[in-house]
Design a protein around this ligand. Structure first.
Ligand code: HEM
Ligand code: MYR
Length: 415
């Protein structure tokens, strides 16, 4: 058996929170190995990065998700009892429910709602002072995703729900008030949506056919049972929250256009180029740092032993920056995708493998579509200035956004 390089510290949880996106990558480079062992949350864990590691990690025979996510992530970001922690036939069934919402027609409808909202907002931005893009898009996406999902949202509640959804996304990897705000936000949002599920089932709040609300409220599991209303609320939040989280990628796309202005023209001219630009934004910028699983049956891989129950962390960010997959990974170069097949285990900002069989993100197509539409809106529907401001990304923070998330000034519509 080969000996697995070991992180010597008695516990690396704080180091992980402090090093952020580079935690696994830095150690892999130090040990000259894409696999090492460490201790996280006082228990042994194995960290991995790279394509072979991603292929291994998404093998359902070898790994499971029950009890894999740290409690602090469940308490804030994902909730408990949702699809992320399921395995086997139960996971397949629940995942099929999500995938049934993601039809091409539904994705287009979400995109059209998004474009309409964006274009309707331009006159208001024209008259306004500086526009904080992250906050603005957070509200815009909250309105859009609720309308799309069939979730009633009076105008007076938009701000509050947008703040709650952001709080959940910002909380999992911090200690202190920001963490507890995310926990409280989840508690409130679950209560709101559980009540809505109940009203929908009772026929008091009709949900449009095929909408996320209708699909989740009416879903029956393999035994023919409706989801408990609290779980249905967690799953509805698993649609609302991540669509709002796309705002971070939209801020990154705006940053990339700012840092690489030559691409403004190119993305405007050609859909394929716009797609490559968006893929490079997803590869390059830090978002979801790592995925977590546990060993289901003991096995050996590349001469290393994986004992039953061991927690394993796959470095998503580090795989997207692996030098053997991406020459000069620290350069932003959309043309690296020219003529390149996008392999399911190489570009994994939203997980790898198969969407139905595994835990790969259910919203990946939505994300790509919204990003392309945002890039089109930023390059054709309006002009704007980006005044001097601190745009540095802090890779020690998860998620990593510029300090106030990008300010635009002097917005003018082109219509
Ligand atoms: C799972 C990232 C947007 C719904 C995941 C996973 C990642 C991820 C890393 C977990 C992969 C794993 O555990 O192996 C992202 C990022 C997004 C995004 C960076 C950009 C904002 C979305 C959107 C939706 C969505 C727009 C839905 C509309 C889900 C669901 C799962 C998931 C339901 C759980 C899948 C499962 O456990 O089988 N996402 N996601 N995500 N995502 Fe996303
Ligand atoms: C979603 O809402 O599901 C998608 C986007 C959330 C991004 C959150 C980024 C920080 C997460 C740190 C979690 C560590 C997982 C082991």
């Amino acid at each position: 058996m080969a000996s697995m390089p070991a992180d010597r510290s008695p516990d690396s949880t704080l180091a992980l929170l402090r090093s952020g996106y580079r935690f696994i990558g830095e150690r892999c480079e130090r040990y000259g190995s894409d696999i090492f062992r460490t201790r996280i949350l006082l228990a042994p864990a194995i960290c991995l990065r790279g394509r072979p590691a991603a292929e291994l990690f998404y093998d359902n025979e070898r790994f499971e998700r029950a009890n894999a996510m740290p409690l602090r992530v469940q308490r804030t970001l994902t909730g408990r009892g949702g699809v992320q922690g399921l395995d086997g036939p139960e996971h397949r069934d629940r995942k099929a429910m999500f995938m049934s919402i993601m039809t091409p027609t539904a994705i287009r409808r979400l995109g059209e709602l998004f474009d309409d909202e964006w274009q309707t907002r331009i006159p208001a931005w024209e008259g306004a002072g500086p526009v904080l893009l992250y906050d603005e898009l957070g509200r815009l996406l909250t309105r859009v995703v609720c309308a799309w999902a069939g979730v009633p949202l009076p105008a007076s509640q938009v701000e509050r729900r947008a703040v709650e959804l952001h709080a959940m996304i910002e909380a999992p990897a911090v200690v202190g008030p920001r963490h507890w705000r995310g926990w409280l936000a989840r508690h409130r949002a679950e209560r709101w949506l559980a009540a809505l599920i109940e009203r929908t089932r009772a026929g008091f709040s009709p949900a449009p056919t095929g909408s996320a609300l209708a699909v989740i409220a009416e879903h029956r599991d393999r035994r023919g049972k409706l989801l408990p209303r609290r779980i249905a609320a967690v799953e509805l939040l698993n649609v609302l929250r991540p669509v709002v989280a796309v705002d971070q990628y939209l801020v990154f796309a705006a940053l990339a256009l700012h840092d690489h202005p030559a691409w403004r023209e190119r993305v405007r001219d050609d859909d394929e180029t716009a797609e490559q630009f968006v893929q490079e934004v997803r590869r390059y910028y830090p978002f979801f740092p790592m995925a977590a699983a546990r060993v289901r049956h003991p096995f050996d891989w590349q001469g290393h032993h994986f004992p039953r129950g061991r927690r394993v962390l796959l470095d998503l960010y580090g795989t997207n920056h692996h030098p053997s997959l991406w020459p000069q990974p620290e350069l932003f170069r959309p043309d690296r995708f020219t003529g390149r097949r996008v392999d399911p285990f190489e570009l994994i900002p939203q997980g790898g493998g198969d969407h139905w069989a595994g835990h790969r993100c259910a919203g990946e197509w939505i994300t790509i579509d919204l990003m392309k539409r945002a890039v089109a809106n930023l390059t054709t529907a309006m002009r704007y200035d980006i005044p001097a401001q601190n745009l540095a990304l802090d890779l020690h923070r998860m998620p990593a956004l510029p300090p106030i998330g990008l300010t635009l000034t002097n917005i003018r519509g082109t219509a």
